[in-house]
Ligand binder design. Structure first.
Ligand code: PHE
Length: 498
């Protein structure tokens, strides 16, 4: 029988009695492991070999694991120090004697009682007289792994992995055995067919293509996955948002991530004693204040805060300080950019009609959960025109979200100090069916527009890119999308549906 060369080499190297791993066969045949794997699967499909697969776990020490293997685990060092000092000692003394430094102290304390070394209480460390640090199974496992031995206890390996002391990798080990049909084929005689696996310009020009035998493609063969780089789901969503908004006639705004509170809040008629402006919510930066602010605008904004605007206007009667307005913080929303543009400060004075947007980062001191991170991308936008109404705002969102396959948007009345009326937007999550908030919007108030010198209507919004990406990818937790807990498997394979 004739087979491609690699298959002949594999048939000759394989044994009917001895399952040989791919690596060994690769060495014996002088072929690449991928080539042997492919040949093995092809021959398996012909019934000539059997391929056995096994997932093998291999554990290796991390740098931290290696450090503790040499110097001793922090909890063991704390125990020895306490025991040598008489059994019960002040925390400071025990730590000093143990030589533990920085984060090692917390690590020692976190593992001390768990592993039965004693008690840490009321500023004292006591060493349990029955504890034996030489029998520490975690320390023994580190030694064993360093010596290349296998640690069988899965629970123990899990603990070491969660402490960051070992990395556990899974590999699929395949081995090949000849079947009876394979042995028969070998006895009847196999020879290598000169097959060609690709059509080249030389084969074409020489006319040789007419005589050669082409290798058959096996598109079902198992092949190693190639994890190439891929555009991040959020980046993809951001680019798509830009395309859609540009298609709707919007121009892009650009500006700083950290800005004067003047642009972030004061222009937006946010009173200076508003809770969002306190140190709990705001990421203040310890840098010199902004010097360059448009003076006339600062005066008009201050006036709006103190006295209000228009004949029946009323201000906040709350403190207003220019120093606070000049202080710099990370932008809690990108509406600061809208203020820079609407005031004419970022570019030129603008005449209606105008449409602007941005997709930029905003930072908030939120509590982390499935829909909140400390930072997110905001899709900011506004339309400036005569006689705008809430119908225009709703119609714009419906048109925008429809481009992402989201047909059902719900609006809920809301309050913002800078818009009246205001609406929160909700969309239904495709997997959980839950309504999630996807944005906030409204018509800017006169207290915002008048100081900016605008006498037509402006409707505006801030939408969350991550929430949009959750709706279009089905991700149920924002932390899967970015941050240290991001789900790489999800990011590699997520299908974006629009
Ligand atoms: N700044 C608002 C937010 O971050 C969004 C918004 C922008 C609302 C403009 C109304 C007008 O939630």
């Amino acid at each position: 029988m004739r087979f491609p060369q690699a298959q002949v080499a594999l048939l000759e190297a394989a044994s009917a009695t001895d399952a040989k791993p791919i690596e060994q066969l690769a060495e014996e045949t002088d072929l690449k492991p991928e080539t042997v794997t492919r040949a093995a699967f092809d021959l398996r499909d012909e019934g000539l070999v059997a391929v056995d697969e096994r997932v093998e776990e291999s554990a290796t020490l991390t740098d931290e694991g290696e450090t503790y293997r040499e110097a001793g685990l922090p909890e063991v060092r704390l125990f020895r120090a306490a025991r040598d000092a008489g059994g019960t000692v002040g925390m400071g003394e025990a730590i000093g004697a143990s030589g533990l430094e920085g984060p090692e102290v917390d690590i020692a304390l976190a593992n001390y009682a768990r592993k039965g070394y004693g008690v840490v209480d009321g500023g004292e460390v006591s060493a349990d007289a029955d504890a034996d640090p030489d029998a520490d199974e975690e320390a023994a496992a580190l030694d064993a792994l360093a010596a290349g031995e296998v640690v069988e206890d899965a629970g123990l390996l899990d603990r070491l992995e969660s402490r960051g002391l070992v990395d556990v990798d899974e590999t699929t080990v395949r081995s090949v055995t000849l079947t009876d049909a394979g042995v028969t084929a070998l006895m009847e005689g196999v020879e290598a067919a000169e097959t060609v696996d690709r059509l080249t310009p030389e084969l074409l020009t020489s006319g040789e293509w007419e005589d050669v035998e082409f290798t058959e493609y096996n598109v079902e063969a198992d092949a190693p996955a190639v994890e190439g780089g891929r555009e991040h789901v959020l980046r993809g969503a951001a680019e798509r948002v830009k395309d859609v908004l540009v298609g709707m006639g919007f121009q892009e705004m650009d500006g700083p991530h950290a800005d004067a509170d003047f642009w972030i809040n004061d222009c937006l008629f946010m009173p200076q004693d508003h809770p969002a402006r306190t140190h709990w919510d705001r990421f203040a930066l310890d840098v010199p204040p902004v010097r360059d602010l448009p003076e006339g605008l600062v005066d008009r904004v201050e006036h709006a805060h103190r006295e209000g605007v228009g004949e029946d206007g009323d201000g906040y009667h709350s403190p207003w300080s220019e120093d606070f307005a000049r202080a710099i913080a990370l932008c809690g929303h990108t509406t600061s950019l809208s203020m820079r543009y609407l005031s004419g400060y970022a570019d030129a004075d603008l005449e209606p009609p105008q449409r602007y947007f941005s997709v930029q980062k905003a930072y908030r001191n939120d509590t982390l959960d499935a829909t909140h991170l400390l930072e997110f991308y905001q899709i900011e936008g506004w339309v400036m025109a005569e006689d705008l109404s809430v119908r225009d705002l709703m119609g714009t969102f419906e048109e925008f979200y429809r481009q992402f396959g989201i047909e059902e948007i719900r609006f809920k009345p809301h309050y913002n100090p800078y818009t009246e009326p205001s609406f929160e937007l909700f969309g239904e999550h495709p997997e959980t069916g839950e309504e999630i908030e996807i944005g906030n919007s409204g018509m800017f108030r006169d207290e915002v527009l008048e100081p900016l010198g605008i006498d037509c209507d402006v409707m505006a919004w801030g939408l969350a890119l991550e929430r949009l990406a959750m709706l279009t990818t089905g991700a149920e937790d924002i932390r899967d999308l970015h941050g240290t807990l991001a789900d790489l498997e999800f990011l590699r394979n997520a299908e974006v549906t629009y």
